[in-house]
Ligand binder design. Structure first.
Ligand SMILES: *Cc1c(COP(=O)(O)O)cnc(C)c1O
Length: 427
C-alpha cells in the first residue's frame, strides 16, 4: 500500500473554504471514509456475522457516525455521551458495544436499558452490574481479556498488556464466564486490545489466533457458547511517509486463515468476528487546516500557527508524528527546518520539531495530516483556547460545516447563574 502523503484538498479549495470558515478547522473526506468502510466490509465478507463497531472516541461527530451506520456498522462506546451519540444516529442495542472501564453505575444502567452489548472490564463488575440490574442479565454479554506479560508478534513489534489497566486475567476469565452463565447469560463474547496503532498486517491475525484458542478452550471447559470474538482496535495508521499502510484485505485474509485453522475444527464455525477500529476508520480521512501567523528566528526557526494542541493533542501528549504539507508547495523542495508550534504556554505545544519543510511565510496554509481520529476528540480548553470547527468535504465536493467552532460563550457557559455571568456571557 503506497503511502504518499497527499492532501485531499488543494490550496484553492482551502482558500475557498476559509472565506466562510476561518482557520483552524478539521476537515474530513467523505469519499475516503466510504471507500475504507467498503474495503473493511469486503475484507471480512467471508464471515457472515462480521461487524465493525466504530470506536466513537476516535471521532464523535454524528455526521461521521451516520456515514458509518450506512454500512451497518455499530458503535463502540465507553461513556454516556458516546451512548447518546450512537442512539442519536439510530443505532439499536445490537449495534452498540459498551466497552468501558471504571464505569459509573448510571452508565451501565443506560447501556443496559439501550440493550447494548456490555463488555465487562473486570470480574468484580459482575456483582457491580447485578446491584444495578438485579438478576435480569442480558442474553448476550462479553468479557475483556488481558493476558498480562508482553504481547510479542515475533516481528519486533511488542506491546505491554501486563502494564495495562484493562481486562481480566486468564484465571479470572473462566470463573467470570461461569458466573455469567449462572446469571442466565446464554451467548458470549470475548474482547482484547493488546497493541495500539500497529502498522503491520500481522496484528489482527496474531491476536485472533490467541483469542480463538482461548475461546475454544473456555467453551470446552465451561460449556459457554461463543457468539462473537471481538478483535477490538489497534489497527494503525502510517502517520509517517516512510511507513507502509496496513492492507485491510491481507488482514482479513490473515484472520480467516486462523478461523479455518482453529475455530472451524473446534465446531465454532458460526462465531461472528467483531472489531472496534477507530483510528484506522477515520484518522487518514481528516486533516487540521491552520495558517502560519508568525515566523520567529531565535536559536531555532519557529513557525507559529493559529492551531494549537487544543485542536490536536497527539504530538504534545505523546510526541506523535503528524505529517505536514504546505498547501500550494506540495512539490517544493523541503530545504528548511522548522518547529511548527501553537500558542499554548506549554513548550510541548509543537506540531513538528526539526521538520524538513519548504520555506514557509506567514499567511501560508498548513495541512496537518491524519487528524480524523483522536484529533478533535481529544481536544481540551487549556489557556482558554477554543475548540475548532469541523468540516465535511462531501462526495459532491461541498464543504459542509458539521460543527461550528467554540465561542467564548461556550467556554464560559458553565459560569451561567453565577455572579460573573453578566460580565462573561454575552447575549
Ligand atoms: C480506543 C479503543 C478502540 C479503538 O482503537 P483504535 O486504535 O483507534 O482502533 C477500540 N476499542 C476500545 C475498547 C478502545 O478503548
Amino acid at each position: 500500500m503506497s503511502n504518499e502523503k497527499r492532501p485531499f484538498i488543494t490550496k484553492e479549495q482551502a482558500e475557498e473554504i476559509i472565506k466562510d470558515i476561518p482557520t483552524p478547522f478539521h476537515i474530513y473526506d467523505e469519499a475516503g471514509i466510504r471507500r475504507n468502510c467498503e474495503a473493511v466490509k469486503k475484507a471480512f465478507a467471508w464471515n457472515p456475522g462480521f461487524r465493525e463497531y466504530f470506536a466513537v472516541k476516535a471521532n464523535p461527530n454524528p455526521y461521521i457516525l451516520k456515514i458509518m451506520s450506512e454500512y451497518d456498522f455499530g458503535f463502540d462506546c465507553s461513556s454516556e455521551a458516546e451512548l447518546v451519540l450512537a442512539d442519536a444516529v439510530g443505532a439499536d442495542g445490537a449495534h452498540i458495544m459498551f466497552s468501558s472501564n471504571e464505569t459509573p453505575a448510571r452508565e451501565y444502567a443506560m447501556a443496559y436499558n439501550m440493550g447494548a452489548i456490555i463488555n465487562l472490564d473486570d470480574i468484580t463488575h459482575i456483582d457491580f452490574l447485578k446491584d444495578i440490574i438485579g438478576d435480569k442479565f442480558p442474553e448476550t454479554m462479553s468479557i475483556r481479556y488481558n493476558p498480562g506479560g508482553v504481547f510479542d508478534m515475533g516481528n519486533g513489534i511488542m506491546d505491554n498488556p501486563g502494564d495495562a489497566k484493562y481486562g481480566m486475567t486468564t484465571e479470572q476469565l473462566y470463573d467470570a464466564y461461569a458466573q455469567l452463565a449462572s446469571h442466565g447469560v446464554k451467548k458470549f463474547g470475548i474482547h482484547a486490545f493488546l497493541a495500539s496503532n500497529t502498522v503491520t498486517n500481522d496484528y489482527y491475525p496474531v491476536l485472533a489466533g490467541q483469542l480463538f484458542e482461548l475461546a475454544a478452550d473456555i467453551e470446552k471447559k465451561t460449556g459457554c457458547k461463543f457468539a462473537f470474538i471481538n478483535l477490538s482496535g489497534g489497527v494503525g495508521v502510517a502517520y509517517r511517509p516512510e511507513q507502509t499502510s496496513n492492507d485491510i484485505m491481507a488482514i482479513g485474509e490473515g484472520v480467516r486463515k486462523k478461523y479455518e485453522e482453529i475455530l472451524v475444527p473446534a465446531g465454532m464455525g458460526d462465531v461472528a468476528i467483531y472489531c472496534e477500529m477507530g483510528r484506522f476508520m477515520s484518522a487518514p480521512y481528516g486533516a487540521l487546516v491552520t495558517r502560519a501567523i508568525h515566523a520567529k528566528h531565535i536559536y531555532k526557526e519557529y513557525i507559529g500557527v493559529d492551531a494549537c494542541a487544543v485542536n490536536l493533542m497527539r504530538p504534545a501528549m505523546y510526541g506523535a508524528y503528524h505529517h505536514i504539507t504546505v498547501l500550494g508547495k506540495e512539490n517544493a523542495p523541503a530545504d528548511h527546518v522548522y518547529d511548527v508550534v501553537g500558542a499554548l504556554c506549554e513548550n510541548n505545544d509543537k506540531f513538528a520539531i526539526d521538520r524538513d519543510l519548504p520555506e514557509i511565510v506567514t499567511g501560508d496554509i498548513l495541512y496537518i495530516h491524519d487528524t480524523g481520529g483522536h484529533g478533535y476528540s481529544m481536544g481540551y480548553n487549556y489557556n482558554g483556547r477554543l475548540k475548532s470547527a469541523e468540516v465535511l468535504l462531501t462526495e459532491s465536493g461541498e464543504a459542509k460545516l458539521i460543527r461550528r467552532a467554540e465561542t467564548l460563550n461556550d467556554y464560559f457557559a458553565t459560569l451561567d447563574g453565577t455572579e460573573f455571568a453578566g460580565k462573561l456571557l454575552s447575549k
